[in-house]
Every structure is written in C-alpha cells, then in structure tokens.
Ligand binder design. Structure first.
Ligand code: DX5
Ligand code: ZN
Length: 220
C-alpha cells in the first residue's frame, strides 16, 4: 500500500530562520518539507523561488516537495532542478498545452513530477496525465483556494480524492489546505496519503504530536 508522508508547509515557518525551522520539522518526524512557490500572478501572493531552495538545500538532505503556484511552471524546471528540489508539482490549469514537455523535463532533472488541481477544477482533468506512457507520479488535491495558509478545509474536495484512490490504488495522493487533527480523518478515509499541514503544525505547542497524530490516521 501507499506510504504516509507528512509534509509540514514551510509557508507557516519563520522564513528568517528557514534552515533551523526545517531541521526542527525533521526532528519532529516530518517525512517531507512542503515548499510553496508562488509568483504573485497565478495566486495573489508571492513567496520564494529557486535561490531559497538552493540555500536551504545546503542545510538539509530532506525531501523538498515543491508546489508551484505559478503561471509558467516550465520556466522553473531547470532552476529548481539545479537548486536541489526533490518534487515538482505544477498546476493542471496552466499546463493544458505543455504538460508532456513539463513531465519529461522534470524527470530529466531528477525530480518527481506531480500535478495539482484547484478546488474548482474537475479531477477528470488529471486523468490523461496519469494514463500517459510518461505519467505524473503524484496528484495534489487542493483543499483550499491556493495562495495562503490558515484557511478552512473544504470537505467536498474529498470526492476527488476518493475517485482518484479508486482508480489508482498505488498513486501518491496529496492534500493541501486546512489539514490538521480535526480534518485528517476525512482526508485519510478518502484515501490521501501525503498530507501537507502548515498552520496546524507550526501553530501547535507540540508539532511532533500533531505530526504523529496525522501519521496514525493515514496508517489506519
Ligand atoms: C496554500 C498552500 C499551502 C498552505 C497550507 O496555497 O499551498 O501549502 O501553506 O497551509 P495550511 O495548512 O495552514 O492550510
Ligand atoms: Zn502547498
């Protein structure tokens, strides 16, 4: 079966102390570090890019799960590959014409390709990318409108996760937005195995406890 991956979203960390925050999350039991890359165009917020990933890579060997909330993901493949990104998840809404080229380039740079859907995008739109002879290896189902941490989980997105899990039993299915101890059971029951959580982990007095709670829910 698919393995649980708990991925704290570094968007909720203290960006001025990114290396120590990353180390703290790994110590607390994180499997992956989720890195939100935004361009101020695809979403109304601006965060980090390849230079920050490159700096962080010098301080950690952790899996850097990069979520590209950008209008032109193709422009980011080469720089992020060089910077040491591990996963490269682009949005299907901006990749209708070039996803094959994107997937091929992401793999050629040694990264794991993933595709993400905004809440308003039907899940059927990712099926061609999974059924292709050179498929994406993860689907990220957004459970909030992308752009900001700390928003409310949208339970109606679980239908997408359920449909995906039924069709692709061994696929990595990631959920992102509003995940924490009160919502994890819904996501786990629907079949999500990669769990992104920002505010619920960083805002907790005991992040290790929150991470272990979420892992247990996915394992069950
Ligand atoms: C939102 C980002 C998320 C965000 C999640 O656009 O993609 O990764 O950091 O934060 P929480 O867990 O606080 O909803
Ligand atoms: Zn994200």
């Amino acid at each position: 079966m698919v393995k649980p991956k708990i991925a704290p979203s570094m968007l909720s960390s203290d960006f001025a102390n990114l290396a120590s925050e990353a180390e703290r999350m790994i110590r607390c039991g994180a499997d992956w570090l989720h890195m939100d890359i935004m361009d101020g165009h695809f979403v109304p917020n601006l965060t980090i890019g390849a230079p920050v990933i490159e700096s962080l890579r010098k301080h950690t060997e952790a899996y850097l799960d990069c979520h590209l909330m950008v209008t032109n993901p193709l422009d980011y493949v080469e720089p992020l590959g060089k910077a040491g990104a591990s996963g490269f998840t682009f949005h299907v809404e901006v990749s209708k014409d070039n996803w094959r080229e994107l997937v091929q380039k992401i793999k050629s740079k040694g990264m794991k390709p993933g595709v993400s859907v905004r809440p308003g995008t039907p899940i059927e739109e990712v099926y061609p990318l999974l059924d292709d002879e050179n498929p994406v290896e993860m689907v990220l189902v957004m459970t909030v409108e992308p752009g900001f941490g700390g928003q409310k989980f949208m339970p109606e997105m679980m239908d997408k996760v359920h449909a995906l899990r039924k069709k692709y039993p061994s696929l990595d299915i990631e959920v992102d937005g509003g995940l924490g101890p009160s919502t994890i059971d819904l996501a786990a029951a629907a079949g999500a195995n990669c769990i992104v959580a920002g505010s619920s982990v960083f805002g907790a007095p005991d992040p290790a406890h929150v991470i272990s709670l979420m892992r247990k829910s996915v394992e069950n």
